[in-house]
Design a protein around this ligand. Sequence first.
Ligand SMILES: Nc1ncnc2c1ncn2[C@@H]1O[C@H](COP(=O)(O)OP(=O)(O)O)[C@@H](O)[C@H]1O
Ligand SMILES: Cc1cn([C@H]2C[C@H](O)[C@@H](COP(=O)(O)OP(=O)(O)O)O2)c(=O)[nH]c1=O
Length: 207
Amino acid sequence: MSLFVAVEGIDHSGKTTLVEGLCQTLTGRGVAVGRHKEPTSAPIGSLLRSFAVEEPACPAALALLSAADRHHQQPTLRALLREAQVVISDRYYLSGLAYHLADGIDPAFYASSCAGGVRMPDVYLYLDVPVPVAAERVDRPPDSRWETREFTSRLPGAYHTCLALLRGQGADVVGLDAQQPAPAVLASALAAIEDRLSAPTLRGNAP
Ligand SMILES: Nc1ncnc2c1ncn2[C@@H]1O[C@H](COP(=O)(O)OP(=O)(O)O)[C@@H](O)[C@H]1O
Ligand SMILES: Cc1cn([C@H]2C[C@H](O)[C@@H](COP(=O)(O)OP(=O)(O)O)O2)c(=O)[nH]c1=O
C-alpha cells in the first residue's frame, strides 16, 4: 500500500516549494512518487477558483465545490496511489476544513460533504508560519477572497481548530516549523515520511 501525504498550510507557507523538494528527493532515492494538487485544474476546481474572485461569494457553494472537486478526483487519486509508493498532495482535506471554516462554514457540514468515498491522507504535514511572515514572501496584491488581509487573519484560528479536530479523530498530523529555511523544512518532512514508510502498516483511511 502506498503512503498518502497531504501538505497543508496558509498561502505562501511554502507548500509548493516543499512538495517540489519532496518529489525530487524521493524520486532521486528511487521511490515512485505521485503528485496531486487541490484545488485541481479540472472543471470543478477551476470553477471554485473563479467563484473565489467573484463578489459577492457564497461560502456554502464554495465549500461544496471544494468537496465536489475532491470527490470528482478520487478515481485519479486512487490510480496514483496504486502506481506510486508515495503520493503527495499540495493541499487536501485540512485546507478545505480550515479555509471554509474561516469562511463561516461549520466543519461538521464540510466533513459530511466529503463523506462517502473520499480517501483521507495517511499523514498531514502542516506548515506552521505566522500570516505576516508568509505575506512578506510574495510581492503581489491578493488575487482572490482567500488572500485578503481580512480573510487571512481568520486562518490561524481556523487551522488551529481543524488541527485539533483531526488529531482528536486520530489523524496523523505533523506540525513543521515553516519559518525555518526551506532545506530545513524539507529535511523534517523527509524524516516524517521515512518514518512512516518504515512503519509496518499504513492506516488507509483515517480522517
Ligand atoms: N522555508 C521558506 N523560507 C523562506 N521562503 C520560502 C520558504 N519556502 C518557500 N519560500 C518562498 O516563499 C514563496 C511562497 O512559497 P510557495 O512554496 O509558493 O508557497 P505556497 O505553495 O504555500 O503558497 C516563494 O517565493 C518561495 O520561494
Ligand atoms: C484545498 C482547498 C483550497 N482552497 C483555497 C485555498 C487557496 O487560497 C486557494 C488556492 O489554492 P493554492 O494552493 O493557493 O493554489 P494556487 O497556488 O494554484 O493558486 O484555494 C479552498 O478554498 N478550499 C479547499 O478545499
